[in-house]
Structures are given as structure tokens and as C-alpha cells.
Design a protein around this ligand. Structure first.
Ligand SMILES: N[C@@H](CCC(=O)N[C@@H](CS)C(=O)NCC(=O)O)C(=O)O
Length: 208
């Protein structure tokens, strides 16, 4: 299997959604070859407009959720998703609730590690998408991170109940949120979470 992932400086992998797919592949014990791609080279692949992209034999898939659902269907051993609709809800919560405020905390940090060939594209596309300058997007983040941390209270409450969001073992819920943090931690030049946050211990438990 080939997985196209997003390339960045220092061998950083920038895509939270590609991290979710890698966690699912790892969970299932499936081998894959990773091909890093620059933002500005994704369209040249002529496969799918966004990363991740998985190629399995003659099948080419985009969209991390669809890729993981496909893996569960084609390789049913060690399922990642216990329920498609509950997994979709959690993905929507994760992306819809966390990604925008998180991006506003680290967008300039991301810009600092994107490949030189991608910098102009990234700056223009992100300033347009977020309607804010990269020079100011991180202003006041030491205060704003407090509201971001509070969004995660349901996660902390669940981790008091069981060691993983999936219960006694990790499943899609864990990998979905883990991908989000894998992205955030890879780029953030400040503490996204407090040092004694139980989410940090959970992150390390889930880590591949
Ligand atoms: N819903 C998609 C989101 C994929 C996505 O937005 N990927 C980003 C990287 S994380 C991307 O490829 N962006 C290309 C661009 O901004 O030009 C999924 O889950 O796979």
C-alpha cells in the first residue's frame, strides 16, 4: 500500500488526517510505503485534491474517513471503527470544534516549517481561508489557549472513566483526536496543554 502524506521541513508530517490513517494501518498491522508530497505538488498527482491519499492495488482513495472505513471493510481483522455513524460524529466534533481554534494558535508555526517551495502558496491560501495575516494570527495565544484547553473537557472526563476513548483499547475515536494532536505538537512552539494534563498521558499511550 502507498500512502501519500504532506511533506514539510525537518521530516515533519503536517497532516492530522494522514496521521489518523497511519494509526489505523498500524492498528491493523498493515504495511505501507509513505510518499511525502509538497502542498504544491498534490494536484500534479492527479488523484485527489487533498492529502492523505491511499493506493491499494488498483484502488485509489482520498478522504481519511473513507480510507479508514475502506481498510476496515477490506481487512476486517482488528476493526478501527466500531460504528460508522458514531465515528463520523466524533470526526465532525474533532474537526469542527478543535481544528479552527487550534489552527489559530499555531498557523504561523506551521508556516515556519512548510517547504520553501510551498511558502507562498501556504501564506496566500491560509490568509484567505482564515481571513487573517500570518504575522498576527498567533497574537494573544497564551490567553486564547485556555479556551482551547477547555474545549477538551469531555475528553478528560472520558479518560477518567476508561484509559482510551474507545474504552480499554484504542479505536477510531482515539486515532482521530491523536492525529489532531500529532499535528499540533509537531509544530507548536508553545505548550498546547498543561504539563499535568491527562490528555498528554493518553497521547503517549496511543502513540505508535
Ligand atoms: N477531509 C479530508 C481533509 C484533508 C485535508 O484537508 N488535507 C490537507 C492537509 S491536512 C490538504 O491536503 N490540503 C491541501 C491544501 O491545502 O492545498 C480528510 O479527512 O482527508
Amino acid at each position: 500500500m502507498i500512502l501519500y502524506d504532506l511533506d514539510a521541513k525537518n521530516n515533519i508530517r503536517l497532516s492530522p488526517t494522514a496521521w489518523r490513517v497511519k494509526a489505523a494501518l498500524h492498528h491493523k498491522g498493515l504495511a505501507w510505503e509513505e510518499i511525502p508530497v509538497a502542498f504544491t505538488d498534490i494536484s500534479k498527482l492527479n488523484m485527489h485534491p487533498t492529502i492523505p491519499i491511499l493506493v491499494d492495488g488498483d484502488k485509489t482513495l482520498g478522504e481519511s474517513f473513507d480510507i479508514i472505513a475502506y481498510l476496515d471493510e477490506k481487512y476486517p481483522d482488528k476493526r478501527v471503527m466500531t460504528s460508522i455513524s458514531e465515528s463520523k460524529f466524533f470526526e465532525n466534533w474533532c474537526n469542527g470544534t478543535l481544528h479552527m481554534p487550534l489552527a489559530h494558535l499555531v498557523l504561523k508555526d506551521i508556516y515556519d516549517v512548510v517547504l520553501d517551495k510551498d511558502r507562498a502558496y501556504f501564506k496566500e491560501s491560509r490568509e484567505k481561508r482564515f481571513n487573517i495575516s500570518l504575522d498576527t494570527v498567533q497574537n494573544g495565544r497564551e490567553e486564547r489557549v485556555i479556551a482551547f484547553r477547555a474545549l477538551l473537557n469531555p475528553v478528560r472526563a472520558s479518560l477518567k472513566f476508561k484509559p482510551y476513548l474507545g474504552g480499554d483499547a484504542p479505536n477510531f475515536f482515539d486515532y482521530c483526536l491523536w492525529g489532531t494532536f500529532k499535528w499540533g505538537f509537531a509544530v507548536a512552539t508553545f505548550d498546547l496543554l498543561e504539563k499535568d494534563d491527562p490528555i498528554l498521558a493518553w497521547f503517549n499511550r496511543v502513540s505508535l
